[in-house]
Design a protein around this ligand. Structure first.
Ligand code: ZN
Length: 97
């Protein structure tokens, strides 16, 4: 699943895109792929930093980060569940005599 993209513009005005994605069911199995030159690398840790590092070879301007909306919704659901569990714990604790 694609989790995000980082875009940048080269000196020639060309747009360069590196996408960050996960393979299989393991969420930790992260990869980066440059859609412009076809560069692919496994990036278990610091996928963003690796993508930025690769883009800096193409681009000289500021980099633009994009998140996959589906991934954001997933993160928000997980965060919401944590908050809900927290509220329930506090509520249960307060119910004790
Ligand atoms: Zn590239």
């Amino acid at each position: 699943m694609e989790t995000g993209r980082i875009k940048g513009r080269g000196p020639d005005g060309r747009e360069y895109v590196v996408r960050i994605f996960t393979q299989g069911t393991e969420d930790e199995d992260r990869w980066i792929e440059c859609l412009t030159c076809g560069y692919r690398k496994r990036a278990e840790f610091g996928a963003r930093a690796k993508a930025e590092e690769h883009l800096s070879g193409h681009c000289d301007g500021p980099l633009q980060h994009e998140r996959n909306p589906t991934a954001v919704v997933g993160i928000m659901i997980v965060a919401g569940l944590f908050v809900l569990v927290g509220i329930m714990m506090i509520w249960m604790f307060n119910q004790r005599p």
